[in-house]
Design a protein around this ligand. Sequence first.
Ligand code: ADP
Ligand code: MG
Length: 466
Amino acid sequence: MPGSRFDPKITAQWARVRGLMRSEVGDASYRSWLKPLTLVEVEGGEVRVAVPTRFMRDWVVSHYGDRLRALWMLENTEVENLEIFVEAPRTKPVVRQVGVPRNQAPAAPAAALKKVEPATATDISSISAPLDPRFVFENFVVGPPNEFAYAAARRVADSEVASFNPLFLYGGVGLGKTHLMHAIAHHTQQKFPERRVVYLSAEKFMYHFIRALRFQDTVAFKERFRSVDLLMIDDVQFINGKESTQEEFFHTFNDLVDNNRQVVISADKSPSDMEGMEERLRSRLGWGLVADIHATNYELRLGIMDAKAERIGLEIPPQVKEFLAHRITSNVRELEGALNRVVAHVTLVGREISLETCQDVLHDILRANDRRVTIEDIQKKVAEHFNIRMADMHSARRARAIARPRQIAMYLSKQLTTRSLPEIGRKFGGRDHTTVMHAVKKVEELRQADVTFCEDVDLLRRMLEG
Ligand code: ADP
Ligand code: MG
């Protein structure tokens, strides 16, 4: 029993640290990364914890290191430091890395096999980059902007034989390409444990290829990839330009596809829009299925926040979720970052999550997301929509047909920008902040009472958010 070596107090502290980590990161991540940790020593203010592999150590240190240390410090005031080191376990490693060697030899010519096989078995797994255990299908929130890419990814992961070869996923930054690729890898490894899965960035691919070139080892390089069942290369826009690498990529790629190995590619553009890429390769990339991930919409952002809140077991008031979903529109990564920041803040300060906290803590992110919509944009759009003059946004006229759109514009300014009430008032012909406040209240009331009005306002908002 590893625990029995310690003072029961220490054992209990370790159990609590693990319990807290488990509730924070969720069961799947806990099992993959934290359960295999072994407490080795608590001595002189330092906690020493062992992990079975270097790969795991790097992952645990970078993803959970700070948090583990913080939790230890809370549990035990004498603790100042946490060391995570590698110690090979006596039994087999608990964690399986990507690209586990197959039991049977890869299908390669006998001569090549003899020479290359030993290197193949080890090298190919070392080539694969670590997978993020959170990036699984279950954690991917599906909505109209990404449902096609999601369905395609699932199909690829579920298929007995290569389908849609290659699957080409493309979309803007932070919209879930890497998440889907890791999900394919996780799922494939679970469903077909004998398959060799290799996931790496295009940059890493280039790096390995250039190394092979330097050591005049390109044949072995190709052989190595030939033993892969599922090859995934992320961000291939980075392969642009380097001709010899493109050439190599092209051959490796053709080889795999011809041998019915599944290939999945991601990029920030569609194959036809990739500049600096050889025409031959460009068109070849588009032969399978091309699936794009569109920018998120409001509902998807809301869904992602719900999922995330549930995962970390935190209650987030609906108006805060709505606020964030409306305001952080750039991409999912930023939305997650914002939420993490708010959560960290309220955990530390021990306060409730409120709109005010969000505005405070996320000031910079909100501004950056805000640049796209200005009060002027809002005034212009609203004026157009209600067919009034832009000047009426600033004028003193109080006829309902003018005052109402003006109030809507004030309301939208409050919702869609980070401007304060006095700032908004100033932009509407130097009105007082109480006038703006009144406008916001009035519009909220009307939205409740009048469905058509509500739809009108929402339509405007959507147009402004783009
Ligand atoms: P990309 O590779 O397209 O730049 P990522 O896959 O790295 O984007 O996604 C950025 C972050 O957003 C990740 O933490 C990912 O889990 C999350 N994410 C993206 N799309 C979704 C989604 N539909 N549901 C849940 N999380 C998502
Ligand atoms: Mg990515």
